[in-house]
Design a protein around this ligand. Structure first.
Ligand code: UD1
Ligand code: CA
Length: 455
């Protein structure tokens, strides 16, 4: 049994007031359409067709990596017309699932229940009980409870308007039946559109059972039409992810104040995350990691027992076990710290490795550098890695001690166990185990007097 998923994504989305097609707006840094795609990708034996229209080239360009067939709906003549455009991809023995590209939070478990209702004698319809059904098609049922038809709000009478069971638009049917019904759609209605919903009445006339199921929450089937709904579903989605993390054994000081815009390749036990932390891309977090407030982690690998204090930014970087970072530290791409490294406030590390037990605690820039183990880098140390044209490497060997306010002019090597006197400008390699400093001699001018103000 093959499943064919048709995702309708041709609508314009005028209420977004955007030059961007609606389905490219994002939740958690992922296009709405991409969310729908991700969910349908979880279905076995499934192939996907996307019906695009408004701004379609942009949609295809941005989402070209999706494994789908694209089909254009040149004019938006209704949901039924949209599905008709995909007719050539539908085989008679497929189970066809219709999804909307602007309904991002529909769950796989809800889809499974819908598909289970599809057979040669039955079609599946996802409906929802609504507090306010305005704008939705209404599910009209017979006295015995069986579904008779869907009536669009604009075509409904006063009695039908009182119905609170709404059509989500999400439907599944056997391919051969759907193809027959699609070929019979007409647009003699209030909106002069080809309504997909008309297939329900056709099914009833053909003695096909309409079986309904419901989502767990209304948010699951909420379609995004404006920025307010976009913001609402962003929070719903973030809260779902927060719940998931807590289930996995993560402590969140406030599940409403964490944003995960991507995924975890792994997250350990007894991790503690303070408020306003943002995770982007793919992060790996070890056991017992503590992350302070206002940190941003992007594609970071954080080892067991690491403590990240408040206000750090870590991107494409690796932090070894039991290291301590921040507050206010920045680890840039290719910063690789071994275990028990201390990086303190206002320290920036880029494209550098720092071996076990080394400390860079205050106000430093370390770029294109290899730092050995047990090195101590004093406050205000700068690696001068750039001459305006080329970048050069600095090497600081094990057990070196760099005095405060030192500039290391690359390429340069500080030998094992070397000590650099504070305030030095080091432009040549320094020998192992010795003190090197470059500093003009201090002097005192005995006869000098402070100027006094002339009257
Ligand atoms: C549709 C349903 C309505 C349901 C509502 C749920 C029909 C006739 N009506 O209403 O019963 O309660 O969804 O939100 O099906 N689309 C296209 N091409 C088109 C028209 C729409 O691709 O020509 C896509 C849109 O991009 C969107 C989806 O289909 O993803 C629904 O379109 P929308 O205009 O929101 O549906 P409604 O007519 O409001
Ligand atoms: Ca709609």
């Amino acid at each position: 049994m093959n499943i064919k998923t048709i995702i309708l994504a041709a609508g314009q989305g005028t209420r977004m007031r955007s030059v961007k097609p609606k389905v490219l707006h994002k939740i958690a840094d992922r296009a709405l359409l991409h969310h729908v795609y991700d969910t349908s990708k979880q279905i076995q034996n499934n192939s996907i067709v996307i019906v695009y229209g408004h701004g379609g080239e942009l949609v295809k360009e941005e989402l070209q990596e999706l494994d789908v067939d694209w089909v254009e709906q040149k004019q938006q003549l209704g949901t039924g017309h949209a599905v008709q455009q995909a007719d050539k991809f539908i085989n008679g023995d497929d189970k066809v699932l219709i999804l909307y590209g602007d309904v991002p939070l529909l769950k796989k478990t809800t889809i499974d229940k819908l598909l289970a209702n599809v057979s040669q004698n039955s079609i599946g319809l996802l409906t929802v009980d609504l507090d306010n059904p305005t704008g939705y098609g209404r599910i009209v049922r017979a006295k015995d409870g069986s579904v008779l038809k869907i009536v669009e709000e604009k075509d409904s009478n006063d009695k039908e308007k009182l119905i609170t069971e709404g059509n989500t638009g999400i439907i599944a049917a056997q391919g051969d039946l759907l193809k027959q019904w699609l070929s019979k759609l007409e647009n003699s209605n209030a909106q002069k559109e080809y309504y997909l919903t008309d297939i329900i009445e056709m099914a009833v006339n053909d003695d096909i059972d309409v079986k309904t199921n419901h989502p767990d929450t209304q948010d699951e089937v909420l379609g995004i039409n404006d920025r307010s709904q976009l913001a609402h579903l962003e929070r719903v989605f973030q809260l779902q992810q927060a719940e998931e993390l807590m289930k996995q054994g993560v402590t969140l000081r406030d599940p409403a104040r964490i944003d995960v815009r991507g995924k975890f390749d792994g997250i350990g036990q007894d991790v503690e995350i303070d408020i306003n932390v943002i995770f982007e891309g793919s992060n790996t977090i070890g056991n017992r990691v503590k992350i302070g407030s206002n940190c941003i982690l992007k594609n970071a690998v954080i080892g067991d027992g690491v403590e990240i204090l408040a206000n750090c930014i870590i991107e494409d970087a690796v932090v070894g076990e039991r290291s301590r970072i921040g507050p206010f530290a920045r680890l840039r791409p290719q910063a690789e710290l071994a275990s028990e490294v201390h990086i303190g406030n206002f320290v920036e590390i880029k494209k550098s490795t720092v071996a076990t037990g080394s400390k860079i605690n205050h106000l430093s820039y370390i770029g294109d550098t290899t730092v050995g183990s047990k090195v101590n880098i004093g406050a205000g140390t700068i690696t001068c890695n750039y001459d305006g044209v080329n970048k050069f490497r600095t090497v600081i060997e094990d057990n070196a001690f760099i005095g405060s306010d030192t500039q290391l002019i690359a390429p340069v090597t500080v030998g094992k166990g070397a000590t650099i006197g504070a305030g030095s400008t080091i432009s040549r390699d320094t020998p192992e185990n010795q003190l090197t400093l470059s500093r003009s001699k201090q002097m005192t001018i005995n006869s000098w007097q402070r100027p006094v103000k002339k009257s």
